[in-house]
Structure formats: C-alpha cells, structure tokens
Design a protein around this ligand. Sequence first.
Ligand code: GLP
Length: 248
Amino acid sequence: MFYLFSSPEAIANHLSQRLLQIMQEKPDAVLGLATGSTMEPVYAHLVELVRLQKPDLSGITTFNLDEYIGLPPSHPQSYNYYMHQHLFNPLGLNEEQINLPCGVCENQEQECQEYSERIKAAGGLDFQLLGIGTNGHIGFNEPYTPFDSLTHVIELSENTRLDNGRFFDNQDEVPTHAITMGIKDIMDAKEVVLVATGEHKAQVMADLFNSPVDEFMPASALKQHGNFCVYLDEAAAGLLPANVLKRI
Ligand code: GLP
C-alpha cells in the first residue's frame, strides 16, 4: 500500500505517466482531481507529457474534490483558479469537460446533491488523485465525517484553516467552510492514489498507518478500498516502519 519514491519529482514523473496511460487506454476516462502544493509537480509533469505526446483529451471528464465556500472562480486562492492555472488551461480542456464544486452557488444543498449525481451519471470516477491534510482529511472531509457521505458543505477545522492560511494574505481571509466530495464518492472511484510529500506529512502518514478504519481519521476509509495506494517521498515516509514501504 505504501510506495516510496526518492523525491516529489520521482512521484510526479510516475504519476503523470499513469494518468496519461489511463487517458490513452480509456479516451472517455473520468478523473477525480485534487489541489494543494503536493499536486503542482504532478500537474507540471502531466502538462509536459501531454505537450510531447499530444494525446486526444477531448473525451476526458474531470471532477475536482472540493472548493472553498465564498470564493468565486476568479479568486486566486479558489481551487477553480488553481486548476485552470496549473492544468486545465495548459491542457486545453474545455469547460464542458470540467466539473468543480461551486463555492458561490445560492442553493448549496442542491449543488451538493447534483455534484455527486453528476459523477455517477458520467460513469463514476476511473481514478481519484488525493492529497492529505495534516489531520488526515481527504478532499475537505474533516475528522468524523461519515464514511457514507456524499458531496456536502463542511465547516473547516482550525487545524486546516491554519495549514491553508499560508496561501492567503492573512488568516482572517481563509474561508470557514468548503464544499467537498464525500468519502463515499471517493471510495466509489475505481482506483485511488494518495500522495504525501515533505517532512510535515510524516506524522499524518504514521497516524494513517497506525489508525484503525475509523471516522476519526478520514483517510483510513481507504484501507478498505480494493485498489488504493499511497505514494510517499523519503521525508513523508520518515516515521513509517521500513518493512511496510515498497521502494519504486
Ligand atoms: C487542502 C485540500 C486537500 C489537500 C490538502 C493538502 O486542504 N482540500 O485536498 O489534500 O489541502 O494540501 P497540500 O498538498 O498543499 O499539503
């Protein structure tokens, strides 16, 4: 389950090739995508691969995990903005191929329900890319989110607001709520890869490894997924027993 790579670049290299392979083997693949600094090298590598190999991406559909409530797509810290900047624009995807939860819609309840339904209607997620918060959140599913949850609005924990505060000018600007795919939506994906890099992720990796399958640790749900693995660099793997790591 835990795959060890020499560096974040090595992970990005491997993962971008896997993503390209999925898109080539299944031209109408449905990809679940994540944001965060962990994904930046992954997307940079994928953009470069696509530039070199020029696959036809016109049948691909994407669904992002989450979005801050209250940030419009034009806000530089919105996940919509992030995705267009790092991936969608460089790949030349058109808006019909892209799905992001709406953080500024009037009827959030309806938006949540429709988002999970849209994933199903597209045929389900062939692949879900995940990062992880230092408290074990996936998407924005904070500790104690029910494992049977679908897309929902969630109040962000103080821990998450502090972690993500580094992207904002000041802490007060960090939104208090987000809309996120639920844990069930993620679990329904056919293949899930979680990426953790850097020393600041070492503790949560140890926590995930040691945790029973329990809503206290959202990522622990994935231990019950039949096709799930974690990609780690040396720093993030620092607190894991060497014999559980498979070196790539
Ligand atoms: C946010 C996102 C998560 C992401 C996490 C880690 O909270 N909602 O999906 O996994 O950040 O981000 P980073 O990769 O910047 O550490």
